[in-house]
Ligand binder design. Structure first.
Ligand code: ATP
Ligand code: MG
Length: 490
């Protein structure tokens, strides 16, 4: 038997337990990954010693929860090994809430412990002590590893009824490992899909995020699999609205296919979760905004509608508000028009003012995923390169009130007025002028502009400020409907 490389901290915990007269094994995902030649994410040990006995044997421990898990501190600097979870063998328990076993029953038998685990590839125990390795594999997990199969341990229907999160875990492991789900397990998932409704959203979110963050084709295949198994309807039903929804002459894919392909591209670029989610959701508003049919159908406002939907979807899945804001912003502004020679430097500055400098890079990533995911070769790569060049060119130009050469204090001093809306009106008017031409952004120029603007009646000032705001909104609402119609923006 091959001797598997187990870190010395883990080997030490196992041999300490064995020396004290107990059984002990490395177990779960780390054994699976080790046998696959992948690097384990964390290490788990299982033993017939009770939590009390484990705590007596190891000097530095924390008793974590009622599930019989003791966290053993190893002093290792490697974060994966600093704390190792040592869990007492457990038996199959009754689950009345589909998630938590009603009570924990310890057992002396590793086979019984393996029988309560979810999938055969996760139910392999490895004993690696004194330079020797021994494997306990009563459900032929090694065979399934070899054939790349996710198969429930025992009766699949019963296992999914005990804990419905396993429905998502099956897809997650298939996505992460590039495995297929075995036939009977597949049938049981389809039959039990509705049980997902009873699972805490946070747990669904975590498994979903793991699918979206998996390597290679994992995210693409994973979301397709969720749909095929009837699970997606309980996670993001809104994405399903794009199924079978054809687009216009600029697209060869349906909305659903296009969103998936955009996600696939974002994943292939190793982009972070936010970008991948924005790619998946960027056109989620299209089905609800579609007008007409066939080559001339339109999707006006799908960016605005899609952003609203994105906020609802991610909020329901209990993502952090920081992530929700960011992804929503990316979906809201994914649609920008750029054509070489047509958009001026002032236009680019307004674009930056609108989306925020800090978001430009992410927005370009989403845009690129959108383009590649459309499957229609266009002259866009050159356009995007040119846009990047233009952004670089105007990067240092002032695009926010903070970047003006004067502050609100200056306005109050020059005009001898107290704080009030007038200050904001004037700063906004100045910013509009500076966005048009950054050469205006000198203290001397702006101070004299303040002096002159101060002579105008408040009503007039307010109107000019509102006009410039309107100009901004016009821009925001899709960059001039006219251009939009002429050139078509998806
Ligand atoms: P990862 O690589 O993501 O850590 P893992 O297989 O280690 O994957 P964990 O969630 O860390 O997954 O769980 C460790 C082990 O505990 C699993 O391999 C499996 O044997 C068992 N397990 C975890 N969750 C369940 C569950 N819901 N039902 C049955 N067994 C489970
Ligand atoms: Mg694990």
């Amino acid at each position: 038997m091959k001797n598997f490389q187990v870190p010395k901290e883990i080997a030490e915990i196992v041999s300490t337990l064995i020396k004290a007269g107990y059984k002990a094994y490395v177990i779960g995902g780390c054994v699976r990954d080790l046998l696959l030649g992948r690097e384990p994410k964390d290490w788990d040990v299982t033993t017939n010693a009770t939590p009390e006995e484990i705590q007596k044997i190891f000097p530095d421990t924390v008793y974590e929860n009622e599930f019989g898990t003791v966290a053993v501190k190893t002093g290792s600097k490697d974060l994966k090994l600093t704390i190792v979870e040592v869990t007492t063998f457990r038996k199959e328990e009754k689950y009345s809430d589909l998630r938590h076993p009603d009570k924990i029953e310890f057992t002396d038998s590793i086979e019984e412990d393996l029988a309560r685990r979810d999938f055969t590839v996760n139910a392999i125990a490895l004993q690696s002590a004194n330079g020797k390795s021994q494997i306990v594999d009563p459900f032929n997990g090694q065979e399934d590893l070899k054939n790349k199969i996710i198969r429930a341990v025992g009766d699949p229907a019963k296992r999914f009824n005990e804990d419905a999160l396993r429905l998502m875990r099956a897809v997650r492991f298939a996505a992460e490992l590039g495995f297929t789900i075995e036939e009977k397990t597949t049938a049981a998932i389809k039959k039990s899909a509705n049980l997902l409704a009873k699972i805490a959203k946070e747990r669904i979110r975590d498994e979903f995020a793991k699918i979206i963050m998996s390597d290679g084709k994992g995210p693409y295949n994973g979301v397709l699999k969720l749909e095929e198994l009837g699970l997606l309807a309980h996670i993001i039903p809104e994405v399903r609205e794009g199924i079978g929804v054809g687009q216009n002459k600029h697209h060869i894919y349906t909305v659903w296919e296009h969103n998936l392909l955009a996600l696939d591209y974002a994943a292939s670029k190793n982009h972070p979760l936010e970008i991948r989610l924005a790619a998946l959701l960027h056109d989620v508003g299209k089905p609800r905004t579609k007008a007409g049919e066939g080559p001339d159908s339109t999707f006006y406002n799908h960016d605005v509608v899609g952003a609203k939907m994105t906020r609802i979807i991610l909020g329901r899945l209990k993502f952090s508000s920081k992530l929700i804001d960011h992804v929503t912003h990316l979906v809201r502004y994914h649609l920008f028009y750029y054509n070489v020679g047509e958009v001026t430097e002032a236009g680019i500055r307004r674009f930056i003012r609108r989306v925020g400098e800090e978001n430009i890079e992410d927005l370009l990533k989403v845009r690129e995923a959108d383009r590649i995911g459309s499957g229609v070769p266009k002259a866009f790569p050159y356009k995007l390169r040119h846009l990047k060049f233009m952004i670089e060119k105007v990067r240092r130009d002032p695009t926010t009130p903070k970047m003006l050469a004067v502050k609100g204090d200056d306005v109050m001093k020059i005009l001898d007025v107290p704080p009030g809306p007038k200050i904001g009106w004037i700063l906004n008017i100045l910013l509009e002028e500076v966005l048009d031409d950054p050469a205006h952004n000198t203290k001397q120029n702006l101070e004299s502009r303040i002096f002159n603007l101060g002579k105008l009646p408040d009503e007039k000032l307010k109107k000019i400020a509102e006009n410039s705001k309107k100009r901004k909104e016009e821009f925001e609402s899709g960059i001039e409907a006219e251009i939009k119609q002429k050139y078509y923006i998806e």
